[in-house]
Each structure stands twice: as structure tokens, then as C-alpha cells.
Design a protein around this ligand. Sequence first.
Ligand code: EPZ
Length: 424
Amino acid sequence: MDYLEINGGRKLSGKIDISGAKNAALPVIAATLLNDGISKIDNLPNVVDIKTLLKLIEILGAKVSWINQNAVEIDTTNITSTRAVYEIVSKMRASILVLGPLLTRFGECEVSLPGGCAIGQRPIDMHLKALEAMGADIEIKGGYVRAVAKNGLKGARIIFDKITVGGTENILMAASMAKGVTEIINAAREPEIVQLCEMLQSAGIEIEGVGSSRLLIRGSGGEAIKFPKTISVIPDRIEAGTYLCAGAITYSSITLERVNIEHIQTTIDKLLTMGCDFNIKDESITIYPAKQLKEVNIVTAEYPGFPTDMQAQFMAVASIADGESLIEERLFENRFMHVSELNRLGADIWLKGNTAAIRPVDKLYGADVMATDLRASSALVLAALAAQGTTRIRRIYHLDRGYDNLEGKLKKLNADIIRKKENS
Ligand code: EPZ
């Protein structure tokens, strides 16, 4: 198994490009199942989760042709199976995104239940309840969700009890081929949702309220839909935020290109509070380090609030600030697995319920640590970049799921980072 070895304490410098967003690309790929022809996608990040979803849709009968390492053509004319198997779904929860498109296009499907994961229980009850409201019969048997809507799905008024990104995406896709109008109240407003809406609109689906918490979707009434233009995946706001934190925690100035500034506004605001400064020009952002990092208070929330996917990285940065910071996690019940590992690196973090108190320490020191989920792993990389001495991070397959060429990009920024094999 691979691990990362990082010799910390070096200043970073230079410029890197931000990749396409994994969490935008996943629903875009799932939505190609609505097409009975060829869809083209570019600016795909080169990460394992994308390959996993492509593998799943290949098993369903799609033909995936790579144009280059960031662009694919997906031919979904001949889908031969509507069963999303456990072997793939268990590897990646986002596989549940095939449920809406398969059901609405083929009138039936079976999708393995994704199960819990390191950051929490993560049920899919709201996805299922909404599909039932649209006329699906749903049964859970043998670890699979079996959904049937023989005469197609019908538009309905869906009120989500809680804001759900994946739920909103699944229902948007399901609604796009349903009969009549679907209204989604309390919809998620993340940029990934906006990208999916725009993709569906490019296929002629009428959607009102894009970017708001109330979406109205007029379905095609059972007709498969065509995506006439290449879908270019939006820049990854979490990858961009993670590298800004790398600049902040190492007191370095670095520049990121191909960023959507609006999507990372809350990250920028929090780093400003901590004493960092920025130069922003179009799609480029340069961070200037703080003289001394200051404490910060964060409560995670749905977009446009502070993203839960940036919580771990800020905890790493806050660990060397000059005052006590508080971070409250409101979205996932178990998203603090990085706390004990950050403490192994010398941080002084205390947990009470869903709030972490981060007490300042002068320095972090290299140690052996274990990655537990994607963003927790990136927090360990950040802490290691600032720590004195050598840190070895194990279980980095988590990082490979969502960060495109992490070592390459950090090396380009002058970090001392190397991937090694266990026993080498
Ligand atoms: C998406 O997960 C992202 N994943 C996550 O990013 C991100 O952390 C999360 O949204 C929140 O922003 C992808 O886009 C692939 P939710 P998702 O449905 O869609 C509860 C990363 O690191 N809930 O918005 O699964 C749920 O348990 C990942 O890139 C229900 O109770 O998240 C959670 O507490 C990790 N019932 C809350 O809602 C449901 O039916 C929000 O979850 C659905 C969700």
C-alpha cells in the first residue's frame, strides 16, 4: 500500500491549475444515463472516484471512450442492465446517483444500498421518499433498493426535510424525464447542482429557480434526452480551498489558476479573518500569508455557507493560530476523525459533541498518521507541510479518490513530498 512522506517546514511558492470538481463531475456522468446517444464531458479530474463511476456505467452497458486524460465520450444508447452492483456501490457512495436516471429512463432499476461511511451514517431515505412521491414502488431487499415505475415517473411536489446535495441531484435527474412538473422545495444550491441544472437545460429541459432552494422542472414525459454540447466540469472549489490552506499554514504565497472565485468566497472570508490577504484577477487567486495566523470560528453549513468539505483543512490551519478557534460540524455526525491524528502531529484539539476547540500550539511535529476519509487526509497533508520533521501518512487511497495529482501539484509548489510503497 502506498503512503506519503512529507518533510515539512518548507515555504511553498509558484502557481498551479485547479482541476475539475469531482463532486460536479459525478452527477454529470450519472446524467449521461438519461441520453440514448453520445455525451461528451471535459475537464474531468483524474481521480479514482470518477473512474469508479465510469466503471459502474460501463457495467450497465455504456461505452466509455477516453479522448484524453480529462475528457470522455460516453455512449449510453444500449444500456443492457439496470442493476448497480454492490461491488462498485460499496466502494463509493455517490454511485447512488444512478438511481434517479435509471429509474426515470427504464422504469425500473436495482441499486445496492450504499451503507454508512467514516463521516457518518449517511442515509438515503430522502432520495427514496421523493421517488415514491413521483410514483415509484420501492422495496429494499437483500441489500438492494429495487425501484419500479412501470408507467414512468410523474411530476410531484417534493419537500426535503433537510437539504441534501445527492438527493437534489437524484430528483433533478429523475424529474427531467418524468411526466409533468416536479417542484423541489428546500433544494441544495451548491455549484454542483447549478452545473447539473445547466446540463439538463442544454438538453432542452425547462428548469426554473436554478441556484435557488426552489426548483421547478418540466420533464420530457419519458423521452430520453440529448446533450448537444460538451459539458465542461466546473473548477473544484474544495481543491482550490485546500491549496489556499496550504499557502496559509506554511506562511507562503502561492497562486491558483482556473478557479471560480464566487464558489470559494466563504473560504476566502475565513482566511481573511485569520490574517491572510489575496490578489484576485478573473480566474486566478494569489494568497499572501498572515504575519501571524489568528483564530477563527466556523460553523459548517450548506452552500453558500461554510462547506463541511473544508472543515478538516481549516482545523489544521487553526492549530497553529495565535488564539483558540471553535469549529462546529453541523452536517455529518462523525466528521472529526482527523482530530486524533492532528493531535499526533502536536495539535491541541478537544472535542465536545459536534464542536472542536482548537487550542494554539507554536509548532507541529512530524509523526506517523493515518488517513481516514478524503478531506481528513488532506488536513493531515496540510499539517505535515507545516510540521517540523518527517510525517508519513498511510491509507492515502482516500486522497486518490478526490485530489487530482496531489503530490505533483505540491511538488510544483516546492513541497518536499514523495509517495512510497510500504516496505520500500
Ligand atoms: C455531498 O454528499 C458530497 N458528495 C459530500 O462531499 C459533501 O460533504 C456533502 O454533499 C455535503 O456538502 C458528493 O457530492 C459526491 P447530503 P451527499 O445528501 O450528497 C443527510 C467529499 O469529501 N441525509 O447533502 O451524500 C446526510 O446524512 C464528500 O467530497 C439524510 O439524512 O450529502 C447528511 O447529514 C464527502 N437522508 C446531510 O443530510 C438522505 O436521504 C447532507 O447530506 C440524504 C442525506
